[in-house]
Structure formats: structure tokens, C-alpha cells
Design a protein around this ligand. Structure first.
Ligand code: COA
Length: 171
């Protein structure tokens, strides 16, 4: 099977990243979100998956904020994650998530939140955030809202509502 390389996004990747996210989600919202996050968030981590010189996947990490928790460490939100439909199921998504989780601590992030299918994300060590007292917008999201500490105990003593960057309001 061809090798999948994961690397930091460079400016020339932006049009292809947009196309991949649009194809993955079947709409432009997540691709437009990436453009807005690039402009508005700091720090940020944008990774691409490349196979045989073709950009086939992309993931973005941006800062999130735990309301009412003054002791909260720096934490990130993983979103969006998208892989070109023809290329799904070949490990690109997993490679993007694993590399992102490896690099996040260097950006000051000690935990990562996401909204997604636990059937996919538990393999990367994510667990339901509601079990630890974290929620996103309303209890309706509890079934998909997940968290992974990057160092054990990073979120000890902390719970509450998790607020994403303003750009997510457009989704
Ligand atoms: C979800 C997504 C990023 C996974 O990327 P990928 O490159 O296809 O995933 P990988 O090749 O690393 O992993 C494939 C495995 O994940 C499983 N998987 C993929 N999506 C899944 C889901 N929603 N729920 C449970 N398992 C899922 C596959 O069945 C496969 O399982 P296997 O390893 O047991 O065969 C990709 O399918 C995608 O872009 N989907 C559309 C956009 C989307 O839903 N993004 C995530 C939003 S949170």
C-alpha cells in the first residue's frame, strides 16, 4: 500500500485543502471553516496527509476555552478532519489524528476535545467528555463530545462548558 506522509500545511496547500474538506463532508461549510480558522485562531495546527504527491486529507486543531475553570490548561479542539472520499479507509485519517496528538503539546495544549463518532475516535484514546463533566453547547451533543488528555491529570479538578472559536458559530 502506498505510504501516507503527514506534514504541516504550507500556504500553497490551501486550495486543495478546501477541495478535500468539501468533498469529505459533501458541503462547503467545513472547508470554509478552515479558511476562517486560519485567519482568526492562534496557536493553530493544520496538518495534511499526502500520498504519492496528492493531498488526500486534512485536520485542523484550534484553541478551545473551558468556561468557569480558572485552572484550565491550554486545550485544543480537533475539527474539522476530512479525507478525500476515494481515499477513505486507507489510514490517512488515523495518521492525521495521531500526528496531531503528538504535536499538540508543543503548542501548549494538554488536552484535545472533539465532536465526532466515538466508534472512530476511541481508538485514539478519546473518551466521552460528559463522563468527566465537560459539555458542548447542550446535552444533545454529549453522545459525540469527546476528550483526550495528552498528559494524565491535565484536566483534574476541571469541568464545565467548552467553548470553540467564534468561527464555529457559522457551522
Ligand atoms: C472519518 C474519516 C476522517 C476517517 O478517515 P479515514 O482515512 O477513512 O480513516 P482511517 O483509514 O484512518 O480508518 C478507517 C477505519 O475507521 C473506521 N471509520 C471511519 N469512519 C468511522 C465512523 N464514523 N465511525 C466508526 N468507524 C469509522 C473505518 O470503518 C475503518 O475501520 P477499520 O480500521 O476497522 O477497518 C473519513 O472517513 C472522512 O473524512 N469522513 C467524512 C468526514 C467526517 O465525517 N469527518 C469526521 C467528522 S468528526
Amino acid at each position: 500500500m502506498p505510504v501516507i506522509e503527514v506534514r504541516r500545511e504550507v500556504p500553497e496547500d490551501a486550495p486543495r485543502v478546501h477541495a478535500v474538506q468539501r468533498a469529505a463532508f459533501g458541503r462547503s461549510d467545513e472547508a470554509d471553516l478552515v479558511d476562517a480558522l486560519r485567519r482568526s485562531t492562534e496557536p493553530q495546527l493544520s496538518l495534511v496527509a499526502v500520498c504519492q504527491n496528492q493531498l488526500v486529507g486534512h485536520v485542523f486543531f484550534s484553541p478551545v476555552h473551558i468556561a468557569d475553570c480558572p485552572t484550565a490548561p491550554g486545550v485544543a479542539g480537533l475539527a474539522p478532519l476530512g479525507v478525500e472520499p476515494d481515499f477513505q479507509g486507507r489510514g490517512a485519517g488515523g495518521a492525521l489524528v495521531r500526528e496531531g496528538l503528538r504535536v499538540c503539546p508543543a503548542l501548549g495544549w494538554r488536552a484535545v476535545f472533539l465532536l465526532g463518532d466515538p466508534g472512530y475516535y476511541t481508538r485514539f484514546g478519546f473518551e466521552l467528555a460528559a463522563l468527566r463533566g465537560f459539555h458542548y453547547e447542550s446535552g444533545l451533543f454529549d453522545r459525540g463530545f469527546q476528550v483526550r488528555e495528552l498528559d494524565p491529570g491535565a484536566l483534574a479538578g476541571c469541568s464545565g462548558w467548552v467553548r470553540y472559536a467564534d468561527a464555529f458559530d457559522a457551522l
